[in-house]
Write a protein that binds this ligand. Structure first.
Ligand SMILES: [Zn+2]
Length: 210
């Protein structure tokens, strides 16, 4: 997911994140540049319609490496949430960071997340998506939801999400079942959004080829 009003992430955010991971691994930063920015797929890529499958066997180093890459990809975009399918991996994995511009990074990791409960109250929020770049529109969702997931260390967490956290986790969970935020819009608006993205992508690849 992206913030409605385009903000520019401080470029040192990736550096801070890298330094932290290096510290966590107990290795000197100079030896490590293990994370990689992956390509984010965009509409109308059919993979975005796929149902993602659960991670089996818990949160392994392989899954953590995927989440590190996803987070770096998300920071670089920049975005505030990213599901694994958006980098072409059909697994139930999400990363997120809702911290403000002037705050330290607060990465969140979700493996096999589930929504256990939602409240009846709903509110509109202007959403954007890294797989539907530069399109923003209002989506109405429950204002609070109870979620369960495994974190970076494989610990099971159960908690209530509200505010932007609730919006973002529901947006990202939708990706796991092949639903995009534009699927909530009218057919006309949705088609316009896909056409616009497709055209922008064509122009981008043409200018890269030139
Ligand atoms: Zn999205």
């Amino acid at each position: 997911m992206t913030r409605a009003r385009k903000t520019t992430r401080r470029p040192d955010r990736i550096a801070i994140h890298r330094a932290r991971v290096n510290i966590d691994l107990g290795l000197p930063p100079a030896y490590l540049n293990i994370m990689a920015i992956r390509e984010i797929i965009t509409v109308p890529d059919p993979r975005l319609k796929e149902e993602s499958r659960p991670v089996e066997g818990g949160v392994t180093d392989e899954i953590r490496a995927l989440m590190d890459d996803m987070l770096e990809t998300m920071y670089a975009a920049p975005g505030i949430g990213l599901a694994a399918i958006q980098v072409g991996v059909p697994l139930r994995v999400i990363v997120m960071d809702l911290s403000g511009e002037d705050e330290d990074p607060q990465p969140r990791y979700f493996v096999n997340p589930e929504i256990l409960e939602t409240v009846e109250d709903t509110a509109p929020y202007e959403e954007g998506c890294l797989s539907v770049p530069d399109i923003f529109d209002e989506v109405e969702r429950p204002v609070r939801c109870k979620i369960r997931y495994l974190d970076y260390d494989g610990q099971q967490i159960e908690e209530w999400a509200e505010g932007l956290y609730a919006v973002c986790i529901q947006h990202e969970m939708d990706h796991l079942s092949g639903t995009l935020f534009i699927d909530y819009l009218s057919r006309l608006k949705r088609q316009r959004a896909v056409d616009k993205v497709r055209k922008a992508q064509r122009q981008k690849s043409r200018s890269q080829a030139a």
